[in-house]
Design a protein around this ligand. Structure first.
Ligand SMILES: Nc1ncnc2c1ncn2[C@@H]1O[C@H](COP(=O)(O)OP(=O)(O)OP(=O)(O)O)[C@@H](O)[C@H]1O
Ligand SMILES: [Mg+2]
Length: 411
């Protein structure tokens, strides 16, 4: 069997979990935990390599906030549409609920309406149609004074930080409190706490020009949190940062979500960001809501073409050309080409090894991908299985019974 396993297609982080068991299960008994890297010459044995694209380290887990799924919606949008002066229909008939305590992602192509949608949430943009409720209140019915009060409960961070260059780090963070007329002593205590929360105690007296991009975004986050909002809106907050800094800002956002129970709505074109921190995601396409749901569902079973396109680079669903050719060569007229989709616990069993042994099959791995969303493994493997026809049928049924979907592909 080991020979068959060797050419495991290796995305940057394919481990051999699904076949040999996870490190956890291996740790309870004898054995090794291997990471197999496919070298070009191994591809001749049926492996295929994919470029590594993830900028977010997979080993760092962001556990979802415990409160995420249990609360009613914080924002309820019904039939929201927006037509700009000049006739651009940026949003059409959007129905969306954003729940208290969750990290909600919004993705879509450039111009799809993401920023417009986000800006309707704090009424920087007034919808042309529909209704938006926040904490049960109709946002569109508020007068200017009520809206100012509500906006203090909705923080926002931006791609380019929007800091005042003439104010120090502490001065930037204090600004919304000063505008709200908070007494000076209270401002000082609050700013000190926020500096600690975002890890900028030592930089408090520096000016924006004297700190790094990641630190600037930390100031942006602290400033947005100054008025103790219930929700943080983030428009591409990590897009101007390098991968490592992105990682640390995401860790901070996830930490704030978990510790403060703060709801976060984030727009990003970085799918890895959604994968790393978001609980649910909405996909916008040309102003319409193409689909929405749990990140794990949308990423493993996208139903819309736009979603597949957006996810193409993070989800290794695309079979590289050549896989079918190799399959045809390996199977030589008999046997089956299967795509196995794994999710959750099913990854914990060495199912393929069991199937090969039990039904006396030869299984060659041609292409594959195993990853994690919110700490749950998922993946897809394309394998060529050869053996007796009845054994192949039985093996497919056996694998499917382990909650792994088996799709037969034409070689
Ligand atoms: N103030 C405005 N006036 C007129 N049209 C606008 C205005 N703001 C945005 N639009 C248009 O509305 C559509 C949606 O824009 P929006 O900024 O919401 O897209 P986006 O999804 O955030 O794009 P990107 O990923 O490039 O930021 C686009 O066609 C855009 O040109
Ligand atoms: Mg935008």
């Amino acid at each position: 069997m080991a020979d068959n396993l060797l050419p495991l297609a290796n995305h940057k982080r394919i481990d051999m979990n699904a076949i040999l068991g996870t490190p956890r299960s291996l740790a309870t008994g004898p054995g090794r935990f291997w990471r197999a890297y496919i070298a070009p010459q191994l591809a001749a044995f049926g492996g295929s390599a994919q470029p590594a694209i993830d900028s977010v380290r997979p080993d760092e887990q962001f556990a979802p906030s415990a409160s995420a799924r249990q609360f009613p919606s914080l924002f309820a949008l019904r039939g929201v549409g927006k037509t700009y002066d000049g006739g651009v229909r940026a949003l059409r008939d959007i129905d969306l609920d954003i729940r208290e305590g969750e990290i909600f992602g919004i993705i879509g192509r450039s111009g799809a309406g993401k920023s417009t949608l986000l800006r309707t949430l704090n009424q920087l943009e007034r919808p042309s149609e529909g209704s938006i409720h926040f904490e049960g209140r109709d946002l569109l019915s508020l007068d200017a004074a009520e809206l100012r009060t509500v906006r203090r409960r909705i923080g926002m961070i931006f791609q380019h930080f929007n800091l005042l260059s003439s104010r120090t780090v502490a001065g930037n963070i204090a600004l919304p409190l000063e505008l709200a007329g908070t007494p000076k002593v209270q401002i000082e205590t609050r700013v000190a706490k926020l500096l600690e929360l975002v890890g900028l105690v030592e930089q408090r007296d520096r000016y924006p020009a004297q700190i790094s991009g990641g630190q600037k975004q930390r100031v942006g986050i602290a400033r947005a949190l100054a008025t103790e909002p219930r929700v943080l809106l983030s428009d591409e907050a990590t897009s101007a940062l390098d991968p490592e800094t992105t990682q640390s800002i995401l860790a901070l956002l996830a930490d704030i979500n978990r510790r403060l129970g703060l709801t976060i709505v984030l727009i990003t074109h970085q799918m890895q960001v959604i994968k790393a921190v978001a609980h649910r995601v909405a996909v916008l396409d040309d102003g319409r809501l193409a689909e929405q749901g749990e990140v794990a569902d949308i990423f493993t079973r996208p139903t819309q073409e736009i979603t597949r396109t957006l996810l193409r680079e993070v989800i290794g669903n695309e079979m590289p050309p050549g896989v079918r050719e190799r399959a045809a060569r390996l199977l030589d007229g008999s046997g089956r080409l299967w795509r196995l989709a794994f999710r959750g616990q099913s990854v914990d069993r060495p199912v393929l090894a069991e199937a090969a042994e039990r039904f006396t099959l030869k299984i060659n791995l041609l292409h594959g991908y195993i990853d994690e969303i919110q700490g749950l493994p998922f993946g897809s493997l394309v394998v060529a299985a050869s053996g007796a026809a009845s054994a192949l049928d039985a093996a497919a049924a056996f694998i499917a019974a382990q909650e792994i979907s088996v799709e037969e592909l034409a070689p």
